[in-house]
Design a protein around this ligand. Structure first.
Ligand SMILES: Cc1cc2nc3c(=O)[nH]c(=O)nc-3n(C[C@H](O)[C@H](O)[C@H](O)COP(=O)(O)OP(=O)(O)OC[C@H]3O[C@@H](n4cnc5c(N)ncnc54)[C@H](O)[C@@H]3O)c2cc1C
Length: 636
């Protein structure tokens, strides 16, 4: 059933060959086709702008009040590309190899190779748009290191890379809005996907200001709706990030790939109070120059400046001399948890480790450090009240990114014909662990380069019946969506949507977070249906459905998180191996590293919805590694 549709031939020629074989749509015929793009973050804005430029009739949807508010704006550290400006040994093949290895051999080789190839086009495209990447004295674009690699391939714009890239994509989108090839629907949330004759042909949305439920038809639907880390409640994602679009598509037949593959980022500001609503990331780029340590002694409450060098444990440098503080995120996160569990954590609740810049300031000078990371130090000071130029930062791991998402083939099409998925919303090219600075690369590769080839091929090779919103499938879906909204309001119980999500998030963090066990996952699988049952009987939403109502929005999103959480635990329970960010305590090496089981789990798991109360069905896409042979990861 799962056919990845990878073009034949040598891996370095597959994308070019595949594109050559793809059919084109004559420019005069393009305006006859309509495309819906849901999402205006980096992946969605890039896709909408490029397809609009090609001449298609594009409608772009976002629940934000402007594309510029998409969560992509929060990306701080940078974007990878194999330009090798530094001549430090980088190449397309090395970026490919690092990404396959970093993902712990759970991604499709052909996709990752293509990603590495396209990485260089992305930098050219963004420079042409005027994205102000940092430059060296000589004028070349500057690069820095990120985790899991030994070259400097990360392009950056201070600590605001996502914002600058999004402004580039936004101005490209604005140009198409002015040209009227793209129509933008802001503050409009997708609540379901409409399937006609087995193909995705439209969406049902809610206008978040008026509450109106509307139908929109098209020839192709693209979902670029971001990740689902907020299933943990506390995460580095924006508060509004949610899983509704991909979850509803899953319920209509799109398979969900590797739902349990989530990333816990090692460098976030620790939680200071349960009343806090989200966590703040301190970019991984800080690990270039900051040194991570904890006291050697348990329960050492001395101020960091009073702890002498020989009483500090630079545990990453000690355990992984090859990569030191730049080990991949999963390894850095697990090690932080381990030293805190040993009682050597720092800060008010012992849930923190130091990220110390004293050496870097001594070596590079205060001004250089300020120039490279100034805005991150400012964020840290605003939140903690501490000056990280003089006192080490305190950091702790937090949910950050989801490698899981809707399963897609090489052309980024889901198992529903005509439904394409891009950016963090698809199950991506990152396997079981994403390397830093590669999400922006993937989102822009999908949006600027891959979809603009694969969507036209679908249009050119598919005989599509004329369908509009008067079709019975739209009427039925509109009724279903309306009834669901009304039934949420009608519950009229006592608990707020937020309280359910908070409880779910804690359960997921404890049992399906940085470490997972058979017993813990079974506990979560027993509790989630109870919590869902209570949700549908005891939820309270203040206000009505025909107005701006954020409690209703939150409740609607929470209802989907309550279902997705269960699938994540089912997937995690099934995968009895450890790999990347999925650490099963029953499967570790004698040194406490993740131990894969290639004989039984060298596959991507793709789950099929079987109906309410029914167990989902597992489909497997076998993975083969011809160019980066399977081996136990080592960063020693
Ligand atoms: C704090 C932080 C820092 C990061 N830093 C980096 C970094 O330095 N480098 C890197 O490579 N990656 C980084 N990442 C990851 C990266 O930012 C994201 O993976 C990426 O930006 C996601 O882009 P996207 O276009 O897929 O989704 P998003 O930017 O999340 O956009 C989603 C879009 O979909 C819309 N949407 C969602 N659901 C619906 C719906 N139901 N109806 C209508 N519209 C909907 C939203 O309005 C939005 O427009 C970081 C992530 C975080 C959290």
């Amino acid at each position: 059933m799962l056919e990845a549709k990878i073009p034949s031939g040598p891996i370095e020629q597959q994308w070019d060959k595949g594109r050559l074989e793809m059919k084109l749509v004559n420019p005069a015929n393009r305006r006859k086709h309509s495309i819906i793009v849901v999402g205006a973050g980096l992946a969605g804005a890039a896709a909408a702008a490029t397809l609009g430029e090609q001449g298609y009739h594009v409608q772009c949807f976002s629940y934000h009040d402007t594309p510029r508010r998409a969560h992509s704006i929060a990306a701080q550290g940078g974007i990878n590309a194999a330009k090798n400006y530094r001549n430090d040994g980088d190449s397309v093949f090395r970026l490919f190899k690092d990404t396959v290895k970093g993902g712990d051999y759970r991604a499709r080789e052909a996709n990752v190779y293509r990603l590495a190839q396209i990485s260089n086009n992305i930098i050219d495209q963004c420079v042409a748009q005027g994205v102000p990447f940092a430059r060296e004295y000589g004028g070349l674009l500057d690069t820095r290191s990120f985790g899991g690699v030994q070259v400097q391939r990360t392009f950056y714009a201070r600590g605001q890379t996502g914002q600058q890239l999004l402004l580039g994509a936004y101005q490209a989108l604005e140009e198409q809005l002015a040209a009227k090839t793209v129509t933008m629907h802001i503050r409009t949330e997708l609540l379901d996907v409409v399937i006609v004759n087995g193909r995705a042909r439209g969406i049902v949305t809610r206008n978040l200001v008026t509450g109106e439920i509307e139908c929109h038809a098209a020839d192709v639907i693209v979902l670029a709706t971001g990740g689902y880390s907020n299933v943990f409640y506390y995460s580095t994602n924006a508060k509004a990030c949610n899983c509704t679009a991909i979850w509803r598509a899953y319920r209509r037949g799109a398979l969900f790939g590797n739902p349990c593959f989530t990333q816990i980022h090692p460098t976030c500001i620790p939680l200071s109070s349960e009343h806090q609503s989200k966590l703040t990331l301190m970019s991984e780029s800080l690990r270039n120059d900051g040194r991570i340590w904890v006291p050697k002694k348990k329960g050492d409450t001395r101020s960091p400046k009073d702890i002498p060098e020989n009483e500090r444990d630079y545990y990453l440098e000690r355990r992984y001399p090859g990569f030191g503080n730049l080990v991949p995120r999963d390894v850095a996160s697990r090690n932080a948890k381990e030293v805190c569990d040993e009682g050597r954590g720092v800060g008010p609740n012992g849930q923190g480790v130091y990220l110390d810049f004293a050496d870097a300031i001594h070596r590079l000078g205060l001004e250089t450090v300020r120039e490279k990371y100034g805005n991150l130090f400012d964020i840290y000071e605003r939140i903690t009240g501490e000056d990280a130029y003089t006192v080490p930062m305190r950091i702790y791991p937090a949910p950050h990114y989801t490698m899981g998402g809707l399963w897609v083939d090489y052309r980024l099409m889901s198992t529903i014909p005509g439904l394409f998925v891009a950016g963090e919303a698809n199950f991506s090219d990152h396997g079981a662990n994403r390397l830093g600075a590669s999400a922006l690369m993937q989102g822009l590769a999908d949006g600027y380069f891959i979809l603009p080839s694969t969507v036209p091929d679908y249009l050119a090779t598919t005989a599509l019946d004329p369908v509009d919103t008067s079709h019975a499938a739209f009427t039925a879906m509109k009724t279903e969506v309306t009834n669901r909204i009304k039934s949420l309001i009608a519950i009229n119980g006592k608990r707020s949507p937020d309280s359910f999500q908070r409880e779910l998030g804690k359960l997921m963090w404890d049992e399906c977070g940085m470490a997972r066990s058979d017993a813990g996952l079974r506990k979560a699988l027993a509790r989630i249906p109870e919590l869902r049952e209570e949700f549908w009987h005891n939820l309270r939403i203040i206000g009505g459905d025909e107005e701006l109502n954020q409690a209703l929005e939150n409740a609607n999103r929470a209802s989907d998180f309550l279902e997705l959480a269960e699938l994540m635990c089912v997937d995690a329970l099934n995968r009895t191996e450890s790999c990347g960010g999925h650490f099963r305590v029953e499967s570790q090496t004698p040194e406490g590293e993740a131990k894969r089981d290639d004989a039984n789990f060298c596959y991507s798991a793709a789950w099929e919805w079987k109906g309410p109360g029914q167990a989902p069905a597992l489909h497997k896409e076998p993975l083969t590694f011809e160019f980066v042979p399977l081996s136990q990861r080592s960063y020693k």
